[in-house]
Design a binder for this molecule. Structure first.
Ligand code: SF4
Length: 319
């Protein structure tokens, strides 16, 4: 990824082009620019405070590894602790490779890693869930199950491990893809649900922070390449069922014609969040598992019950 162009700051050979600035940067200045932006977001939004215990949700992909790396880098100076939580969904041919790389990354970084699995929490792997759902015509897609189970698993593990913040590696592209998907599904709750930091809420919900919220995916990729942050190139086999896939391609195509459009979509998301106030929901406890929920039974228990077919009612849960 070395361009013939020159860095606009020092004149050295360029390593990356920041398209919305229409400028090239060498590797040194790109890394500085990238890190400065992430740190500025962390400080501006007060994502962390001295004494915090920050759990980083690490999937082993480039975004979560970068989040863990940077949060760990600033932890001494900003006075908080960091550790990683990985979720093993039970996706054969994918998760084991990511976990292996993740273990070596965290051990080199000197950061503790805790692994929680769908199998232990829900009694089934995502592969099991996929088989059961496929037999019923795949009305519920694997990513929907994965998303609900993962959110549940991360919050529960973070809380039980004493975390005061839960950081995720969502970047700008992730945020606008979810925003567009929520618009397409007319999910108003989803549109307004989460910004760069989660609203203060129930004690049992660990507050979420997203240090890469304003950083485009491409820039995270360049950063990991320049910093030698390695992730194995394996893709989840269920990605083909995700609505995110075509939405992502479409947004990339529009952005290549009109650089900067992704920032405008993100800005629209914030406008929507301000106009459409999140509905105030009182959280109670799930009757089956005791985790926080605004329903009688939480989404994870509903899905698990539906997939295992262990309940009289096999009504399809809304996901
Ligand atoms: Fe889970 Fe879907 Fe991502 Fe695979 S692609 S890890 S099923 S959310």
């Amino acid at each position: 990824m070395v361009y013939a162009a020159k860095c606009f700051i020092c004149g050295e050979r360029a390593a990356a082009r920041v398209s919305y600035l229409s400028e090239f940067l060498c590797s040194k200045h790109f890394v500085e620019y990238f890190e400065r932006r992430v740190r500025a977001a962390i400080e501006w939004f007060r994502m962390v405070e001295p004494g915090d215990r920050v759990a980083v949700a690490v999937s082993g992909g480039k975004d979560s590894l970068t989040t863990l790396y940077l949060l760990s880098k600033y932890s001494g100076e900003l006075g908080y602790e960091v550790f990683g939580i990985a979720v093993d969904e039970g996706i054969a041919g994918y998760r084991e490779f990511k976990l292996e790389a993740l273990r070596s990354f965290t051990s080199e970084l000197g950061v503790d890693l805790h692994v929680v699995s769908f199998k232990e929490l829900f009694g089934l792997t995502l592969d099991d869930a996929f088989k059961a759902l496929a037999e019923r015509g795949l009305e519920i897609k694997p990513c929907a199950v994965c998303g609900v189970f993962r959110r549940y698993a991360l919050n529960k593990a973070a809380r039980e491990l004493g975390a005061t913040k839960l950081a995720t590696g969502h970047n700008l592209d992730d945020e606008i893809q979810v925003f567009v998907m929520n618009l397409l599904k007319a999910h108003v709750d989803g549109v307004v649900r989460e910004g760069v930091v989660s609203e203060p809420g129930e004690e049992a919900l660990v507050p979420r922070i997203k240090p890469l919220y304003f950083v485009p995916e491409k820039e995270v990729l360049v950063y990991t390449l320049l910093k030698g942050i390695y992730t194995p190139f394996v893709e989840c086999p269920y990605i083909v069922y995700a609505l995110r896939h075509p939405v992502r391609r479409w947004l990339n195509a529009v952005d290549s014609e009109d650089p900067g459009v992704k920032y405008r979509v993100l800005a629209m998301k914030e406008v929507f969040r301000n106009v459409l106030q999140p509905p105030s929901k009182t959280l109670g406890r799930c009757e089956l598992c005791g985790e926080p929920t605004s329903h009688r039974v939480c989404r994870a228990c509903e899905l698990k019950t539906y997939i295992l077919g262990s309940h009289n009612s096999l009504k399809k849960p809304a996901v």
